[in-house]
Design a protein around this ligand. Sequence first.
Ligand code: ASP
Length: 471
Amino acid sequence: MESKASGRARIPLHTKILIGLVFGAAAGITSNALWREAPALGWVVQNVATPVGQVFLRMLFMLVVPLVFTSLALGVAGLGDVRKVGRVGAKTLGFFLLTTTLAAVIGLILVNTVRPGDTLEPAVRAQLLETYATQAAERVGAAETSGFGISTFVNIVPRNPLDAAAGGDMLGLIFFTLVFGMALTLLREEVAAPVIRVLHGVAEAVAVMIGFAMRIAPVGVAGLIFSVTARFGFDIVKSLGLYVVVVLSALIIHQFGSIGTLVRTLGGIRIGSFFRRSEALMITALSTSSSAATLPTTIRTAEQEFGVPSKVAGFVLPLGATMNMNGTAIFESITVLFLAQVFGVHLGLPAQVIVIVLTVLTAIGAAGVPSGSIPLLVLVLQTVGVPGEGIALILGVDRLLDMCRTVPNVTGDLLTSIVIARSEGFELAADGPRVEETAETIAIPGASPVAAASGADNPGPHGAGGRGPAA
Ligand code: ASP
């Protein structure tokens, strides 16, 4: 669209982001291989790549609180009455639970079949335990103070919504916003209308700001990936090779097998088209390792690429970024079993069922930030009798696994928004000739973010419905 309007061929944004990813990764891996010990490389990582990546990351984080508040409040208010909110809410949570359980089961099947823990060299084990002992002890300490019990649920109700927002307590912010949105639906029309208009205005401004952030995404992604790959020692990946391969295989099976099948059957969208249109989303998740930081891109993708109505996207996706973590469930179930194998702790079928339940609960409870699941993983380990310090074995590869597990985390959120929208009778931008058949139309997905980034013709995610591919 936009390339026609401007009269010259422009590279779509999602392609630019992909180029940033490939360039950053290639440069990082090469630098690591050639100049791992050189101080200059450390300098470049610290003073160039990391700051560039951090600016992008912080731009995204900066938008999370206003985005969650406006989109969720408008989503709830847009759903209409409280009963409808309850129905859509129940369906959403049910779907989250279903896909997360499926993910945990896939992880368990794979780790039981391959048994990577049995093949870990004792010398490697001793060395890793020693190298990461301090970090592991910190995580174990954090897990012990955070705890997981009845207070976890009580704490969902924040004492002060501003504290919740300022302190990154997403569940607290979500709880307050849900209640606020429901209250809006109970007000008289003339009282509610001005509030909703203001929320719409703020949401539109946030959408334009997401456009700004996405403009710097190609460079930001390159910076983030370079910082990781340049510092990354591949030796550790080699020593834990089989474990890493099992986790990555399970993530790939879930991402393309389970999510792909569900998007085809329940979402009515062709698998290839779905993943093509989700490219910017997946790369943002990969480079930020954070569902929360990816939320602006997730909402944008759902609305602009798939035509999910803003009231559904605004309702489902903030919840999903905090509660729905398919990739994390896979990572946790495999890691618990792997460490049990390494330490010779036998976990029979009943114990593995407990692992699934705990994994699903902690995947819901984990924060959508880098390594957000690690403290909760320690709790699961200790609950089933595997030493929590065992995470020392995997901390060295956690960054890599975190990047990769965040991808199914956010793709699962997108899938849920599509399935819920469809089940509520909304017409979506399913794949059809207009998207699949011509090169020109294939460029459409990338065109909208760029167009939006320019701000001028951006209708925003909360326009009056007259936008998006299906609108
Ligand atoms: N980084 C993950 C996310 O934000 C959470 C985790 O598994 O640590 O989705």
